[in-house]
Design a protein around this ligand. Structure first.
Ligand SMILES: [Zn+2]
Length: 302
């Protein structure tokens, strides 16, 4: 049973939107692509988990503060007798270990994921101890089938791509009966979860400097036309109703510019290709609540 589902973090969404609308510096772009890759890896892991029987609770994307330090857990599985946190890595290509240090094949040092997992486990143990639980078994999972690690240690906590199914099947075969205590633990962990990460690295941006306009929902092209209330992509042929396209861009606008009010004129300018302000107004009225203050009016999600 999945008690906390996974979705893109606010940071990843902002980076994704900004990448389409401005030129990111090389560092920001590298950081953004690593975030996309990490998220893609977590989804791959989720797809493996989804095939298992339902004798455990999963909590995804957890962030805790323990002893003034933060720990992030990609996926946590609560079974009858043990808690299994998973650190998911979507590394692709060849890597090697030299004296406990990890490198990509181009000799670029990378953070040792075993140490990262051990650090997280130590802190998680402290938190669980406070909640009255002690049995923890962490695992580091490499999900990308194009990953290879030279000089790989024989460490039972490391799960390589070819081992994932066998590992999960054997975990699944362990009998596990959940009772109220497991759900109480899950909810207590959720109550410790911090929803806003202190470590986000979104570059500075201003409304005036980001490119406005609707993007295709499929190929992200700006090359769109509106034909009879349908937005058509001239690059990939994808079609979307005008109202769906407008609301998709309203959500993007709200996330990128949380201080800006949702007004007909504002969204008209943001969307760009919708010529009729009336269409924007009707769409906003159908989806959001109109707030009227003196001579100005704006919309808020209901
Ligand atoms: Zn397209």
């Amino acid at each position: 049973m999945e008690l906390k589902t996974r979705c893109e973090s606010e940071e990843l969404l902002k980076l994704r939107y900004l990448n389409r609308r401005m030129t990111l510096s090389e560092n920001d772009k590298t950081y953004y692509l690593a975030k996309e890759k990490g998220y893609e890896g977590e989804l791959i892991f989720d797809s493996h988990i989804s095939g298992l029987t339902d004798n455990f609770i999963t909590l995804n994307d957890l962030l805790f503060e323990v002893n003034n330090q933060h720990i992030q857990i990609d996926s946590l599985m609560i079974k009858q007798n043990t808690i299994y946190p998973f650190e998911v890595k979507n590394f692709e290509g060849d890597y090697y270990i030299d004296n406990d240090n990890w490198y990509s094949i181009s000799r670029t040092p990378i953070t040792n994921p075993i140490l990262q997992m051990e650090r997280s486990e130590t802190l998680l143990r402290r938190l669980l101890y406070q909640l009255g639980y002690t049995s923890v078994n962490s695992n580091l999972v490499f999900v990308n089938s194009k990953f290879h690690l030279y000089h790989a240690p024989m460490n039972k906590q490391i799960i390589f791509p070819t081992q994932i199914n066998r590992f999960l099947c054997s975990l699944d075969r362990q009998p596990s009966t959940l009772d109220d205590s497991h759900f109480i633990l899950a909810n207590r962990l959720l109550s410790h979860h911090i929803s806003k990460s202190p470590y986000t690295k979104v570059p500075e941006y201003e409304y005036e400097k980001v490119r406005k306009g609707n993007l295709c929902s499929k190929c992200l092209s700006f090359n769109l036309i509106v034909d009879n209330y349908i937005v058509v992509c001239l690059d990939c042929g994808c079609k979307e109703s005008v109202s769906s396209s407008i609301m998709r861009h309203v959500r993007e606008y709200m996330l990128l510019f949380p201080d800006k009010k949702i007004t007909t004129s504002g969204i008209w300018e943001w969307c760009g290709i919708i010529k009729s302000k009336k269409t924007i107004q009707v769409t906003l009225s159908n989806n959001y609540k109109l707030i009227q203050k003196g001579r100005s009016s704006f919309y808020i999600p209901e």
